[in-house]
Design a protein around this ligand. Structure first.
Ligand SMILES: [Zn+2]
Length: 271
C-alpha cells in the first residue's frame, strides 16, 4: 500500500512538470473507489496550477476547482509526454498540453474526485480528520506530548489512527517505536516526556529519510517518472521476525495488534 512518503515522492516526481498544463482530454476506465463526480469533459480546457499533498491525498489545483487523488491499495501514477497504450488496469488519464497523467490501479481502491476546492463538503469530510503533517512545522512536540498524555490506546494503535500525526503507517510505526525504545503495546499515556520526545523526533527523521530515498515500503513502487524506490533496505525491525536485532542481537519478535503485524525487539524496547 502506498504510504505517505511514496505519495510525496510521487507528487515531487510530476508536480513541476504538470504545472501550467492545460487539460485536453480525460479518460475514465473501470469504476474506482468513488465516482469522479462530474462529467469528464467538463475538465477539458482547465489548467493545472499546482500539485499539493495532504496525508495520502494528492490535491491537483486547477484554475477552476481541484482534483483529489488517492492511490488506495495498489495505485500508482505515471506522468510522461508519451506512454504505452492504456492497459486493463489503467483507470484514469488526463491528457494535457505537457504530457499524460495516468493512474494504474489493479485493485481499484484508489480514487479521483473532481471538486470545487478544499471547501467542498467531500474534501472537508476526507481531510478535516487528519492529524498534523509529520514533516510540517505544525507537528509540534508540545501538542504531541499532550496528545500522548490524553490517550489510553497502545502507542502503535494511536500512531496508526492518524489522529496525532498522519503518515505513520504499519511499517513506519514499527520502525519509529524501535528507534525510540518504546514497546508497541505500551499505553500512550504511560510514555514519559523523554521517550515521547525521542518518538516525535524519530517520526520526523524516518519519514524524511523515506522521502529522501524515494519511498521505501512498496515492493513494486515507482514514482510518476518511473524511477524505482529503495526497497525496505533500511528496516531495523519490520519483516525481520527471528533475525538478530541490529543493536543488541536478540531475536526480533512479532505480534498482532488490530490484525496488523508489529515487529519489535523485547530487549531494546521497554514497556
Ligand atoms: Zn535489540
Amino acid at each position: 500500500m502506498p504510504e505517505l512518503p511514496e505519495v510525496e515522492v510521487t507528487r515531487r516526481s510530476f508536480a513541476d512538470q504538470i504545472s501550467g498544463a492545460q487539460i485536453t482530454a480525460v479518460f475514465l476506465g473501470k469504476p474506482l473507489r468513488w465516482p469522479l463526480g462530474v462529467a469528464p469533459e467538463t475538465l477539458v480546457g482547465r489548467s493545472v496550477v499546482a500539485v499539493r499533498r495532504r496525508g495520502k491525498y494528492l490535491l491537483v489545483d486547477l484554475d477552476h476547482g481541484m482534483l483529489m487523488l488517492h492511490l488506495g491499495m495498489s495505485g500508482s501514477l505515471r506522468f510522461a509526454q508519451e506512454l504505452p497504450a492504456l492497459g486493463v488496469h489503467d483507470h484514469f488519464q488526463l491528457v494535457t498540453s505537457k504530457g499524460l497523467l495516468r493512474l494504474h490501479d489493479p485493485r481499484r481502491f484508489g480514487a479521483v474526485l473532481a471538486l470545487e476546492g478544499e471547501a467542498d463538503p467531500l474534501a472537508v469530510k476526507l481531510l478535516s480528520r487528519l492529524g498534523p503533517e509529520p514533516l510540517a512545522e505544525d507537528f509540534g512536540v508540545d501538542a504531541f506530548l499532550k496528545a500522548l498524555k490524553g490517550s489510553r490506546l497502545a502507542i502503535k494503535q494511536l500512531l496508526l489512527s492518524g489522529k496525532i500525526v498522519v503518515g505513520v503507517g504499519n511499517i513506519y510505526a514499527s520502525e519509529v517505536l524501535f528507534l525510540s525504545g518504546i514497546r508497541p503495546t505500551t499505553v500512550a499515556n504511560r510514555i514519559g516526556p523523554m521517550r515521547a520526545r525521542r518518538l516525535h523526533a524519530a517520526i520526523r527523521e524516518v519519514l524524511a529519510r523515506a522521502v529522501a530515498t524515494g519511498g521505501s515500503t512498496l515492493r513494486d513502487f515507482s514514482a510518476a517518472d518511473g524511477m524505482a524506490g529503495h526497497f525496505q533496505l533500511e528496516a531495523n525491525v519490520y519483516g525481520r521476525e527471528g533475525l538478530p536485532c541490529r543493536t543488541c542481537g536478540a531475536p526480533i519478535k512479532m505480534l498482532r495488534q488490530g490484525q496488523r503485524s508489529t515487529f519489535f525487539c523485547a530487549h531494546c524496547q521497554k514497556p
